[in-house]
Design a protein around this ligand. Sequence first.
Ligand code: FAD
Length: 392
Amino acid sequence: MDIAIVGGGLVGSSLACALERSGLSVALIEAADTPEVTPGFDQRKLALAQRSINALERLGVLSQLSVPPTPILRIHVSRAGDFGRTLLDAADFGHAGFGAVVLAQDLGLALAKRVQSLQRTRRFCPARVLACRFSAEGAHLTLSAAEGEKHIAARLVVAADGTDSFIRTAAGIATRSHDYGQTLFVCSLRAEHASDGTAYERFSNQGPMALLPMADGAYGAICGIAGADAPAIAALDDADYAAYFQSRFGWRVGKIHATGKRTVYPLKQIVAERLHAYCAVLMGNAAQTIHPIGAQGFNLGLRDALSLAKLALTEGVHESTAAAYSASRQDDRSRTLAFSDGLARMTANPGAPAHVLRSLVLLALGTAPALAAGLVSGAMGYRGSSRFEEVL
Ligand SMILES: Cc1cc2nc3c(=O)[nH]c(=O)nc-3n(C[C@H](O)[C@H](O)[C@H](O)COP(=O)(O)OP(=O)(O)OC[C@H]3O[C@@H](n4cnc5c(N)ncnc54)[C@H](O)[C@@H]3O)c2cc1C
């Protein structure tokens, strides 16, 4: 094989699609039994930057979605107790939308369908990588599959195997981590005012909240809660959780009528010290697992995948591919990590100076067009210099 992708989650599957035109032989190895039970294909709602939407369209994935992406026409940012509030309207920036929202499960199943139609990718699923050894020729993987043990050799191995990446450990790449001390609750909800394309971000001392517009007038609801309070909130029934959400979010969308099943995520940042070693490269959550508040994780992971695909399409795979990939990701990665982590820490810090700063930032965003335009272009995914669209 030229390339073995370990992990068929959102990022690994996107990479397989992006490599289709490269002419290279690709293996995609995924441990989950079926797409329906793949861990990342769950009920989380993903805000995708416009650049990600465009890329997924070119990769033939968007047409496989069961529900078209719901466009984000406006972004409303507020902070409990602060007088500043910001409303960004895509039309004022000359755009049809800032991006769009999809259900991770729907996107995962769409990717799985697209992957099945790929000619250059051989799927090993379910199969788990149990061992990875490196030599001058490349990587040698041992898989446990339903038929028994299998062996694959590849010139380049891609770690797209998530936060606890086995390949990252095998390649000897260390991580640094930060626990935000928060738990994130995710569910769908319905309110008196149906969603109209506005995405709401609300910050408070208890943690960030967001309402994302979904199909059929529903919302994707995200609520950050201090870790110590999480068990009590998890124990609330749906009606009491709706009342709790309302008490923190306020009445911008009218009365909250009903909430769906809640999914709970502990919030940690885990960042790999390097993006390559030997003939291995890291991408997606294996490279960086970040706070979801900035809605950057998959958007960044997709740009990781597209950057490697661009290299493979234009130069093929050789000894310096891993290092070239790593170098190509530095700028976008470090800026996105700083943005997400800064936003998470700044909005969670109850200290007075931060309180003043937040109001100023929010007001500045509403009144200073250049600063707001910078935020918008970041939100739309136009961060980093790599122009991989040309080769897709
Ligand atoms: C609540 C929440 C909201 C989010 N919202 C947004 C958002 O709005 N916008 C955004 O861009 N991002 C968002 N994210 C981030 C986004 O979900 C992740 O960045 C993305 O799902 C990472 O995908 P991945 O493929 O890198 O990793 P994963 O989804 O973890 O996939 C890894 C895959 O590897 C497989 N695997 C692991 N080990 C092995 C092995 N040894 N052998 C074979 N296979 C293996 C696993 O089964 C899994 O399928 C959010 C995250 C959360 C938690």
